[in-house]
Design a protein around this ligand. Structure first.
Ligand code: HEC
Length: 211
């Protein structure tokens, strides 16, 4: 379902309401610059265009103990190659990496997706927090819809990048995301630990995008 454009995320960027809690992260201000440069009509047209697209599966979520060794590059984690290639313990991390480095990094192939490695057991723990009442948070389905695919101004959470989801939950918790509707999320994240955020992100990204 599409929100009125003035309530949308591009307008949150335009109003300078979206900042990353990590000042070293360069892509949030780049995105804000696009929002600021766009006219109201351009924002409306791009919202219409993107909301007309069907969501397709893009990230395969795999529970694992060990993961390919990666290096940060261009805002992504790329697998090490040649003599440097190998595996390492995942620990309490999510590693989201292109399925095929060359297709993603050099050719920008829009059909070549990502794998997200998440700790064993994290999906079930995230599901319990998202779908069931608990003392820690408000069940996500109450606002994001029974299938977590969004409701009016409340965005979909299914099948989205776990790095993005975790980053947003952390930004909201640290109070650097000031969207028109962000205050509704503040009590939801107040008592979430880093482990909770990791588990929720693993679960939500593992859900197939809604048809
Ligand atoms: C009281 C209503 C409410 C509840 C309960 C709620 N959310 Fe939200 N959520 C919102 C709204 C409204 C937004 C849009 C905020 C904005 O525009 O900045 C949002 C945004 C988000 C975002 C950012 C998505 C994006 O596209 O940037 C994430 C991630 C998220 N919620 C996760 C959760 C999780 C996980 C739970 C359950 C633990 C949850 N929410 C429960 C209302 C809610």
């Amino acid at each position: 379902m599409v929100a009125a454009p003035e309530e949308g995320k591009l307008n949150d960027f335009k109003r300078d309401g979206r900042h990353s809690a990590d000042a070293r992260k360069p892509n949030t201000p780049i995105m804000a610059g696009f929002g600021i440069a766009m006219t109201d009509e351009e924002i409306r047209q791009s919202a219409d265009y993107f909301s007309s697209m069907q969501w397709t599966p893009w990230i395969e979520v795999v529970e694992a103990d060990t993961v390919p060794k990666t290096r940060p590059a261009g805002g992504m984690w790329l697998r090490l190659e040649g003599a440097e290639a190998g595996t390492e313990p995942l620990g309490k991390r999510i590693i989201e990496t292109p399925k095929n480095t060359e297709y993603t990094e050099r050719l920008r192939n829009p059909r070549s997706g990502f794998t997200a490695y998440v700790p064993k057991g994290s999906i079930a723990k995230g599901e319990a927090l998202a779908m069931k009442p608990s003392a820690k948070t408000t069940q996500c389905t109450i606002c994001h819809g029974p299938a977590l695919n969004g409701l009016a101004v409340v965005p979909t959470l299914r099948g989205r990048s776990p790095s993005y989801l975790a980053r947003q939950l952390a930004d909201i918790k640290q109070g650097t995301r000031h969207g028109l509707w962000s205050p509704l999320m503040a009590p939801v994240v107040a008592n979430l630990t880093a482990d909770d955020i990791l588990n929720l992100s693993a679960y939500l990204s593992s859900l197939p995008p809604a048809p």
